[in-house]
Structure formats: structure tokens, C-alpha cells
Design a protein around this ligand. Structure first.
Ligand code: GLP
Length: 261
């Protein structure tokens, strides 16, 4: 796990965009895992600028979403499919037909989850997965107590996550769905490169557990310690509870120029 403490949110987004740009320059048909929440928004904006000025193209890319609310109407602005269309697809040159997400409106939700797993596998797996982290340490919607080997499935959201996400629903907790479909932790761990972005003091406790805590289903993101290729991009506030923050800064400053993220 490489921990990079950035000057600010913008620098974290640019560094993430650097890694994604390098992937698609080398492999134009790579598979990108996209996340919702506010943390990745700067990455999508940075990617949009790079596509616009010709540094990179996602024309041959495929993308897979991490998760989706169950039961939000097809035209609901907070349906994750619509968020990804608005924040990612509309900014880059990806073919919208190659952007996939779990179907939270399916009649048979377990079948939709199984089909989603098959689709990821048929595309050769995810090359780079963008991740945020919840204040309770969830990744995608894998809430505390999730099996660390789980696959895409239906989950019940915790009150804390619904309260955190109520800001996207006019502050009205009752409007936040109670259920979701989410890639499992095992699904996420299959991606070749995991790139997690966390900024702000509200994430400091979850980041502390992620980087320095014991691996536990109580803080699901801690399983990332077992992945061979994880990049954690933080600002000072999100890194404020790390015992090793000085070491992480020294390590990054001393990194050879030829070594990318
Ligand atoms: C939601 C998403 C997660 C995301 C988390 C944090 O729960 N399902 O993928 O990481 O929110 O969101 P934010 O980046 O807005 O703090």
C-alpha cells in the first residue's frame, strides 16, 4: 500500500488522473472501475480536461460502477447510473454503451448481481478501480460486518451511511434508499490496481484504520492491506490520525522519478 499525502484535494485528483492517463495511454482498451460520492469528482474533472486537450482518450475504454441504490427511479438524479453519466461519461469520450453498473431496478436482484460479476469477468477484469471510503470504513457499499470475500450482492445501508448521503437528497434521510447493490469486497480485491482517494477530517478515523489498523470486517477497507497494488491519496486532514504520516511524506519525496504511482 502506497500512501501519498497531497497538498490539497486538487493535487490528489491530479495525481489520480496521472495514473489513469498512464493506464489508458499504455492500454487504450483498459477497464476502469468508477466510483460515486464526492471524493472522485475532481478526478473526473481532471480526466475531462486531459481528454479535451488530447493527452488521453477513453474512446476504447470500458467502465464498471461499484454500486447502485435499489429502487431509485430511472430518471432520479441521485441514481448512481445518472451520477456517473453526469460526472464522468459527459466529461470524457467513453462510449456510454461500455459503461456498466449493477441494475438496482431489476425484478430479480440476485440474478442482476450474478450477471454483473459475469460481465466484469467477460471483460477481463478491472484494471484500475477508483475508490472512496465511507466514514465507517466502507468501500463501495460494503458496510461494517461485510464478508471480506463477498461478491456483488444486495446490502442494507447503515443509518450512518444514509445520514452521510442525505446531503444528496436535500438533507432528507427518508429519501435515502435503505438498500443497494454493491460489488463485494472480493470483487474489488480482484481489480489490478486500487486507487483510493480520501480528503477532509471526517475521513481521518477511517483512514487510520485503513492504513494502520488490524484487518477486520468492522472496518471493511482494512482488507486493502492484503492487496498487492493499492494507492491511497490523502490530504493532510484525512491523514491527520496516521502515526506514520511523516514517514509517508519522506517516502514519497524520495521516490525515484521513473517510478509512477
Ligand atoms: C458512498 C459510496 C462510496 C463512497 C462513499 C464516500 O457510500 N457508495 O463508494 O466511497 O459514499 O463518499 P464521499 O466521497 O462523498 O465521502
Amino acid at each position: 500500500m502506497e500512501v501519498v499525502i497531497c497538498q490539497d484535494v486538487e493535487q490528489a485528483a491530479e495525481r489520480a488522473a496521472d495514473a489513469i492517463t498512464a493506464l489508458f495511454v499504455a492500454h487504450p482498451d483498459a477497464v476502469l472501475g468508477v466510483a460515486t460520492g464526492s471524493s472522485p469528482l475532481g478526478i473526473y474533472a481532471a480526466l475531462g480536461r486531459r481528454v479535451a486537450d488530447g493527452q488521453v482518450s477513453l474512446a476504447l475504454a470500458s467502465a464498471y460502477m461499484l454500486d447502485e441504490y435499489v429502487g431509485l427511479a430511472a430518471d432520479h438524479p441521485e441514481r448512481y447510473r445518472n451520477v456517473i453519466e453526469r460526472e464522468f461519461v459527459a466529461r470524457v469520450d467513453i462510449d456510454p454503451s461500455r459503461v456498466h453498473g449493477p441494475d438496482g431496478l431489476a425484478d430479480d436482484l440476485p440474478a442482476a448481481c450474478a450477471a454483473y460479476e459475469q460481465s466484469i469477468a467477460a471483460d477481463g477484469g478491472i484494471d484500475l478501480q477508483i475508490l472512496g471510503i465511507g466514514t465507517d470504513g466502507h468501500i463501495a457499499f460494503n458496510e461494517p460486518g461485510s464478508s471480506l470475500a463477498s461478491r456483488t450482492r444486495i446490502k442494507t445501508l447503515t443509518c450512518q451511511t444514509r445520514a452521510d448521503n442525505a446531503r444528496f437528497f436535500g438533507g432528507n434521510l427518508d429519501q435515502v434508499p435503505t438498500h443497494c447493490l454493491t460489488q463485494g469486497i472480493g470483487t474489488i480485491m480482484d481489480a489490478r490496481h486500487l486507487l483510493l482517494v480520501a480528503t477532509g477530517r471526517a475521513k481521518a478515523e477511517a483512514v487510520h484504520h485503513l492504513v494502520e489498523g488490524p484487518i477486520s470486517a468492522m472496518w471493511p477497507a482494512t482488507i486493502l492491506q492484503m492487496h498487492p497494488y493499492v494507492t491511497v491519496l490523502l490530504d493532510d486532514a484525512a491523514a491527520s490520525r496516521l502515526q506514520l504520516s511523516s514517514y509517508f511524506k519522506e517516502t514519497y519525496d524520495a521516490k525515484p522519478a521513473w517510478q509512477d504511482l
